[in-house]
Design a binder for this molecule. Structure first.
Ligand code: ADP
Ligand code: TRP
Length: 324
């Protein structure tokens, strides 16, 4: 069973990224052959500053390793180090109907928020399909916002198989219902584009400012508080022990505790949850060259899997080789 996922180095990681994608991916590294990569080609759709892209890539690698990605179990690499993915994306784009991409929400959402409508942003799902198909992936752990991209990937793979014979396996998304959409501080989906995130490795003061600043209703301290749609409770569920969560829920129902108290409990739980990861991150940071070594070794192992696949595709579509 091959498991693959990627994440863009386009900003600081937040709880949505961790619970929606990283944690499920890390848990799956024990269940099969895992391939996880830093999608730097994809990040070029938004980051046009070489130093910034390299810094984000390095930080993301540190974050992922600190959170528990184990390079002895999972192949961890930089997308651009196995550059034939772009060749595959080109080949896939020759059979991808425009209408399939025109229906994608992410292009519409990103351009509506002011991102430049470049060709790369439009064809982003084709490169993502290439990422997945280049490694003969079976399972792809992602948050719900990536579901449509998995459907596009399957549609493209089906099209190739119809035209050229059985070239690709059809991958399945793995979307965990309980963390498919982690809410942000304002109740909308947590996203770096909405300025509503709780960062994984924020310092204590920054974290406190964010969590104590969550907007709440004006229910008096003594009165019961609405449980449905409470960002505090929804986030607390992710980081608290079950008994602590049940206790907070009961305090919401019974009244007598104010929102300030709930926010403090949430703050402490977030801080404690990420304590071992902060420690691990500091250790990794103190080993210069370590991240680069991990990524280089990952790229070597990833290339060994990708090369026979791209050869298979070239053969199937008629590239390279000579007539006998
Ligand atoms: P952002 O929305 O902050 O730009 P990305 O699109 O880079 O995040 O997402 C990276 C990964 O994290 C994807 O697999 C995505 O599904 C997941 N993810 C991002 N935000 C959330 C969220 N709020 N809830 C669940 N998963 C999320
Ligand atoms: N599009 C994904 C995101 O924005 C990142 C990504 C690129 C990806 N290629 C992938 C995820 C392949 C899973 C599989 O988060």
């Amino acid at each position: 069973m091959r498991i693959l996922s990627g994440i863009q180095p386009s900003g600081t990681l937040h709880l949505g990224n961790y619970f929606g994608m990283m944690k499920p991916a890390i848990e799956l590294q024990d269940q099969g052959e895992a391939f996880y990569f830093i999608a730097d080609f994809h990040a070029l759709t938004t980051v046009h500053d070489a130093a910034r892209l390299r810094r984000h890539t390095h930080e993301l690698a540190l974050d992922f390793l600190a959170c528990g990605l184990d390079p002895a179990k999972a192949v961890f690499f930089r997308q651009s180090d196995v550059a034939c993915v772009v060749e595959l994306a080109w080949i896939l784009s020759t059979v991808t109907p425009m209408g399939l991409l025109e229906r994608c929400h992410s292009f519409k959402d990103k351009t509506a928020r002011g991102q430049a409508a470049t060709h790369a942003l439009f064809s982003y799902p084709v490169l993502m399909a290439a990422d997945i198909l280049l490694y003969d992936s079976d399972l792809v752990p992602v948050g719900r916002d990536q579901k449509q991209h998995l459907e596009v990937t399957r549609d493209i793979a089906i099209k190739v198989n119809e035209l050229f014979g059985p070239v690709f396996k059809l991958p399945q998304p793995v979307i965990r219902e309980d963390t498919a959409v982690v809410p942000g501080l304002d109740g909308a989906k947590m996203s770096k584009s909405y300025d509503n995130v709780v960062e994984l490795f924020a310092d204590e003061r920054a974290l406190k400012k964010k969590i104590m600043g969550i907007k709440t209703d004006s229910t008096p301290v003594e009165a019961p508080k609405p449980v449905e749609g409470s960002v505090i409770l929804d986030l607390f569920r992710l980081v608290a022990r079950p008994a602590e969560f049940e206790a907070m829920r009961a305090d919401f129902d019974s009244g007598g505790c104010g929102y300030g108290d709930f926010k403090k409990r949430l703050l402490n739980a977030v801080w404690d949850y990420f304590e071992p990861m902060r420690r691990r991150r500091a250790e990794l940071e103190a080993q210069p060259g370590h991240v680069e070594e991990v990524l280089k070794e990952g790229a070597r192992r990833a290339a060994a899997v990708a090369e026979p696949v791209i050869e298979r595709v070239r053969g199937a579509v008629g590239l390279g080789g000579c007539l006998k």
